[in-house]
Design a protein around this ligand. Sequence first.
Ligand SMILES: C[S@@+](CC[C@H](N)C(=O)[O-])C[C@H]1O[C@@H](n2cnc3c(N)ncnc32)[C@H](O)[C@@H]1O
Length: 314
Amino acid sequence: MNILNFTESENDGSLTVAPGKLPALANVPHPFPYQGSKRALAHAVLRFLPSDTGALVEPFAGSAAISIASRYAHMTSQVVMCDINEPLMAMWQRIIDDPTGLADEYEAMWNESLDDPKGFFLKKRLEFNETLNPAILLYLLNRIVKGAVRYAKNGAFNQSADNRRLGAKPVTVRDRLARTSKVMQGTTVHSGSYESLLIEASEVDVVYMDPPYQGVTNVADHRYMAGLARDDFERALRKANANGVSYIVSYDAVRPDNKYGEALSADLELTHLHLLAGRSAQSTLSGGTEVTVESLYLSPALVQRLGSVKSLVA
Ligand SMILES: C[S@@+](CC[C@H](N)C(=O)[O-])C[C@H]1O[C@@H](n2cnc3c(N)ncnc32)[C@H](O)[C@@H]1O
C-alpha cells in the first residue's frame, strides 16, 4: 500500500498529516446513511494497520465505515463489530446474512410510502419503537436527514423525516446491501458496550474506536443511543495499554483554534495525529475557509508494531 503521500508538520508534539486518497478504496460500498460515518477518514486509518493485523475490531461500529474499508482493501481477514445500539446491530446481522430479504422489505415499504410519505414515516417510526424491527430501522435511516439518529430520554427513536425526500430508491439500497454483504462475510456482530472488546483484544488485533463526540457527551446525549463519559473512556484505554492492545481512536473534530475538544490524557502516551480533513460542510455553508482537523490517536503497542509513525509519514 502506498503510504508516501502524506505531508507532515510538527505541531505541539503532535503530527499534522494530510493523507491522500487510497486508490484501493475506490467504489467502496456503504450500506446506509449514518451520522458520523468515517468513510472519508478510512483513507488515513488504513495506513496504520500493520501488515500482520489479525482482526479489525470496531466497538463503536455505527455504519462501520473503517471495517468495511479494511475488508474491501484486503487489509484484514476478520472483522468484529459492536455497538450499544441493539436494533442497529440486528440490522447489521441481516445485511450480512440476508441482504436480499432486507432489500425486499425496504422496497415494499418504499412503494407503500408513495401515497403519503409523511404519514407513512410517522406510522413506521411508531411501529419501530414498538417492535425494534431492523428492516424498519433501515427505512427510517434512509428517510431522515443525513442519517442523523436522535433518541428521546426514554430511548425512543424520535428523529423526524426529511420530507423533501422519499429515501434512497430501492434499487440503490439493494445494490448497497448486496455489495456490503459480500465484503463483510465472516464478520462477528455483537451488541453491547465497548469495554470488553477493547480490553480483551488479542495482540495481533487492531481496535478502531470512534466514540460519540466529546462536546455532546458530558451531558444527556440525544445523538446516538448513548453518550460516553470521558473519564470512563480513559480508564478503559489505560487497561488496554496495560494489556498491550493495539488501538486507534478518533476523538473529536478539532479546529486549528482548538475550539472543540480537549486532547486525551497525556499519561496514556498516545501518538496524536491531526488529520487535515478538508473544509467542513458548516464552514463551506457560512463561506468560511477553515479546514476541519480530526484527531487520531495511536496506542503505544500499535506504534511499536508499526516501527515509528514518523517513518510512516516522512
Ligand atoms: C460516531 S458513531 C460511530 C460512527 C462510525 N465510525 C461509522 O463509520 O459509522 C458512535 C457510535 O457509538 C455508539 N455507542 C455509544 N456509546 C457506546 C458504548 N458505550 N459502547 C458501544 N457503542 C457505543 C453509538 O450508538 C454510535 O453508533
